[in-house]
Design a protein around this ligand. Structure first.
Ligand code: R5P
Length: 284
């Protein structure tokens, strides 16, 4: 049985037993109080990497280093993997930050990363990305189960807002819309607006559950709600594994559709599906 190490940001999952804080200048400080017990052992380390992903990543690297020094074999459970969206180089001089992060974890001694709906994998299962071994768990089934309570006796169809999210819905009879993004614009915030979203199938008179892997600024899902309503959908509820809900997007989404819920990979007021049960089903 592996030794369980729990970061304070995973206190909803287990009782924390790691000390994580910072020095007065902002540098991170970590301590594994029971490091003696971890020597040469299998360790499962629970640590969220969002919000404040850069700090959280440094904290994780520091903890991994302490554990590496005592020869522990470490499985990291990080419910959301930051930087997963930049797995391609779109512009000259860019970096595949997804690969950099995965290789850093591997180099620091992570033998396996357990995460949920990792953006660049687009399937549930075990993968090697860069050098890192990843167990990617999909939350789509649990989101759909929750939707049954939300819709009550009413039937609903399942859709994804783009082809990248098709893997979340296809095993449940779902279909995906087609999304085109604009080119990246200059400026400090690196982002591509949604240019168009086409449905491509009939939603008239139907209730719709729309699932995406993540809701960040909300622009994808807001546009998709608008399209579904224009095309005659009756009720539209939206769900995602990861809910960032940047700025006032949650408020806007709640005003635009009939229900919004996500899992608690990231803490949010819309979190309704717990990852705790999903984790108990994994061999850790
Ligand atoms: C895109 O490929 C993702 O699956 C999401 O659709 C997207 O990242 C969500 O971002 P936003 O909420 O900013 O549209």
């Amino acid at each position: 049985m592996a030794i369980r190490l729990v970061s304070p940001n995973c206190s909803d999952l287990f009782t924390p037993n790691l000390e994580i804080g910072s020095f007065p200048d902002g540098d991170s400080h970590v301590r594994v109080p029971n490091i003696g017990e971890c020597a040469g052992q299998d360790v499962t380390l629970y640590h969220r990497l969002y919000p404040q992903q850069n700090d959280a990543l440094v904290e994780l690297l520091l903890i991994l280093d302490v554990l590496k020094q005592v020869g522990a074999r470490v499985v990291v459970v990080a419910p959301y993997l930051p930087y997963a969206r930049q797995d391609k180089k779109f512009l000259d001089g860019e970096v595949s930050s997804a690969e950099v992060v995965c290789n850093l974890l591997y180099t620091m001694g992570c033998t396996k990363l357990v995460t949920f709906d990792c953006h660049f994998l687009k399937a549930e299962g075990e993968f090697t990305y860069g050098h890192l071994f990843i167990d990617n768990i999909s939350l789509s089934g649990r989101l759909i189960e929750h939707a049954k309570q939300v819709f009550g006796d009413s039937e609903f169809e399942i859709v994804a807002p783009d082809q990248g999210a098709l893997y979340l819905v296809k095993d449940f009879g779902g279909k995906a819309m087609k999304k085109v993004r604009q080119a990246y614009q200059g400026g400090k915030i690196h982002y591509r607006e949604v240019e168009s979203l086409d449905i491509g199938f009939d939603v008239r008179g139907k209730n719709i559950l729309m699932i995406d892997d993540m809701i960040s600024t909300g622009s994808t899902i807001l546009k998709a709600i608008e399209k579904l309503k224009e095309a005659g959908a009756v009720k539209v509820c939206i769900a995602a594994a990861h809910g960032f809900f940047l700025k006032d997007s949650l408020e806007k989404l709640r005003g635009a559709c009939d229900g919004v819920f996500v899992s608690d990979t990231i803490a949010s007021p819309a979190a309704a599906v717990s990852i705790k049960e999903a984790l108990t089903a994994v061999n850790l």
